[in-house]
Design a protein around this ligand. Sequence first.
Ligand SMILES: [Zn+2]
Length: 395
Amino acid sequence: MTTELVTGISELTTNDPERGGLLGRVKNAAVVIDGDTIAWVGPAADAPAADTRTDLGGRALLPGWVDSHTHLIFSGDRSEEFEYRMAGNAYQAGGIRTTVRATTEASDEQLRAGLAARRRTAQRNGTTWMEVKTGYGLDVAQETRLARLAAEVTSDVTFLGAHVVPPDTHADDYVALVVGDMLAAVLPYVAWIDVFCERGAFDPDQSRTVLEAGRAAGLGLRVHGNQLGEGDGVRLAVELGAASVDHCNHLGPRDIEALGSGGTVATLLPACDLSTREPFPPARALLDAGATIALASNGNPGTSNTTSMAFCVATAVLQMHLTIEEAIWAATAGGARALRRDGGDSPIGAIIPGHRADLHAIDAPSVSHFAYRPGMDLTYDVWARGRRSSTSPSP
Ligand SMILES: [Zn+2]
């Protein structure tokens, strides 16, 4: 296996708790990659020799973004609905059905190409791991097709058959289908089950039925909760031991307390909040209560048509009052925690020996530039699983 020494790192964000500060930052650092794994991390002066050498010329290096919430397998465009919403009309969960129609009409090849293009864009912008949800099929054949195609690009596929109730269908009948034939059909392709627990989507009892069926089938649990109002999504997620509850815009004191003391990550989706004009989640209160926060793109054609984690980080700092360190951590280690990939065989979200070599070099001396220069394209180079994308000329 070839080893690569990466040097010339002005500031290395390791997310290593043993290195001090939330981000475990090291100045004038070096990293050695061995195949697809990080082999050594430390001050450049102490770096061991390696087969090849890459000099970043005084740039910052951080873990690749871990985007733990996306809906990137879809077809169609909802810019008209977006424009209608930006003209002052409220977001309603039913817009999902527009994408279901377009997705159902698309061929496998079209869906595969669309997903690949979105993934390429994300990786060019530093995302090295991404979860992908189904949910634009809403029948057994279509949901299975989406799960199968998503499984071609990630092992974190989430079954979101319970995204919205299809037209002319009774909600309880649809839930029975989701937890019956649909779950059985998608099972070979998915690791997670998710439910949109919200007014206009699935009520708490229906959501519980979906999550318990997924758990019985061996899937991990995720929940879309408390996006449009103070519902039961967060409390249900914590009670059932979900890995993550996502959105969390409308939280009462009991929700904040539950997230502060439970093992469920609160995944915040700032690009979606801007795009739906929902109030931001109470991120500071969550952190003060001891909750773990992840930031994700929620990339989807209706309410958050972006895969830019840098945009999410900048928004979290500038609008949601996270510190630079909290936002960077939430978009890397927090995402890994939300997918339960911060441990195990090939952990992600940190630059620590033994972790997968997912790295993101930026054309700036420090990660503070993500918020200090918001909206700028900072990515200089990306390594996914030790393979450098070489978007930049070799120094
Ligand atoms: Zn979502």
